[in-house]
Structure formats: C-alpha cells, structure tokens
Design a protein around this ligand. Structure first.
Ligand code: 6GU
Length: 246
C-alpha cells in the first residue's frame, strides 16, 4: 500500500457514506467499482450501502407503484412504500437526503463540494413518472437534477453525483487535481490541453506552450479559458463578467 493510501485510511476512519435506495440494487456500485472510485471504495474512503425498494412493496407482487390520481400516463411510486424504505435508513447528522429528479434544482459543483465535505448522502432513485409528492414533503428531501433531459430513472444520476463527490474525497486523487478543481470553481471552462508529439498530422502545439515562459503560458491559458467560455457558455460568461466587475 502506498503512503497516500495509508494516510487516507488513517485520516478517514469513518468512510464517506453513500446510501442508495433503488429498485435496481445490482446496478451499484457499477462504474463506481472501477478506476479511482473503485480503488477508493476498496480502501475504505467511501462506503456504498444499497437498499432495495422492492421488499417494501405491497401484496404478493410487492407493488411499489400505482396509477396517478387525476389520470395520465405512467405510474407513480407509492408514498407508503418509499416511507417504509426511508424509515429503515438511520438518520445521520451531516448526511443529506436527496431525491434525484428532472424536477429538481440543477446540480452544481458547489453542491458537490458541500456533499463531499459532509458525512455522506442518501439518494432516492425514482423510476416511472416519479414519487408521490407527499412523501417528498414529509421527509423534506432535497430535489436535485443533473441536467435538462429526461433519464429513465435516478440511478444514472446517482452515479453522476457520487462520482463527482468521490473524486473530491481526501486521498482519492493527488494534490495536482485540486487546482483543476479551483479553476472550474472560478466559473470558467478549462483551457485546451496538449501533449507529445509536438507535431501530429500537420498540426502543431501552440508555440507558447513550448516556450518555457510560465507567465506567458498562464496568460495564454487564461485567455483561452475566457474565449471558450464566452463561445460555448454565454451563461457562465455573463456571470463571470459580472463577478469580475466587483
Ligand atoms: Cl436526477 N433523474 C431523472 N430520471 N432524469 C433526470 C435527472 C434525474 N436529471 C436530469 N434528468
């Protein structure tokens, strides 16, 4: 075991805790069992507790959903079933309880930082048309969306939220990465990256990057970050311009 791993184990006696409520428990840890997140899971930096919603279902068929009052397409997850599952999850201080839904507030890097610095998250993954509103209210669940498109369920959104948190946990990646983090937190997209070969298929690496002039390189990267943000993300650009005036 490397020094960093040992340090991480000593520091994080209590793993950052991910609890996932889902009808598809075998999906987890899924991609989070690989690569950086997978190694961190094995090293005890985070834990993955999956709670299957099915056993909380009603009747011999363990029904978890029913037709919407008022009519319309699709099925809605029953509040009594979700309540029974949530009751089985111990309430822990510093653990946010989150319902993943396209109706939620957009998930931002600042939210990820907040969750990563906390003790963990409980994620309720919906399927079908969604979850009965009353149980969301009763538990005052945070409602979070990962973007303006519709997924077939909250599980893929849970992977996204967890992946973004796990890479920020102490000991998951080296210190070099933390500066990359800050650069996005400043609100600009990143500058472009280049590596060897310096010439490839008739395309050259920008000369300034080969100059060894660190001030010139930093200025070039800043200008590139600003240009790409202005072009691709006018929303981020306006916010950045506003903040720069203050
Ligand atoms: Cl969090 N869930 C689902 N089902 N669809 C989404 C989403 C979440 N965020 C964007 N689309």
């Amino acid at each position: 075991m490397t020094g960093v791993k040992k340090w991480a184990l000593d520091m994080a006696c209590v793993p950052w805790q991910a609890t996932i409520l889902t009808l598809f428990p075998t999906m987890f840890p899924g991609p989070l069992g690989q690569s950086l997140a997978g190694r961190a899971l094995k090293n005890g930096i985070w834990s993955c507790q999956v709670e299957d919603l099915r056993p909380y279902g009603l009747g011999s068929h363990r029904a978890v959903d029913d037709a919407p009052f008022g009519g319309g397409a699709g099925m809605v997850m029953r509040p009594d079933v979700v309540d029974a599952a949530l009751k089985a999850i111990p309430v822990k201080k510093g653990v946010s309880r989150i319902y993943l839904t396209p109706r939620g507030r957009p998930l931002l890097q600042q939210d990820i930082q907040h969750y990563a610095h906390s003790a963990g998250v409980v994620l309720l993954c919906g399927r079908f048309e969604g979850v009965d509103e009353r149980v969301l209210e009763a538990y005052n669940l945070e409602q979070v969306s990962i973007g303006d498109y519709v997924l077939s369920g909250g599980e893929v959104a849970a992977f996204v939220l967890l992946d973004a948190c796990i890479r920020l946990l102490p000991g998951v990646i080296g210190c070099e990465q933390s500066s990359v983090e800050e650069s996005f937190s400043k609100g600009l997209l990143e500058y472009p990256h280049y590596t060897r070969p310096a010439q490839w298929e008739g395309r050259d690496v920008p000369e300034v990057l080969l100059s060894g002039n660190h001030a010139a390189i930093a200025a070039w990267r800043q200008a590139q970050a600003e240009a790409v943000t202005k072009q691709r993300r006018p929303d981020l650009w306006s916010a950045w311009v506003e903040r720069s005036k203050k």
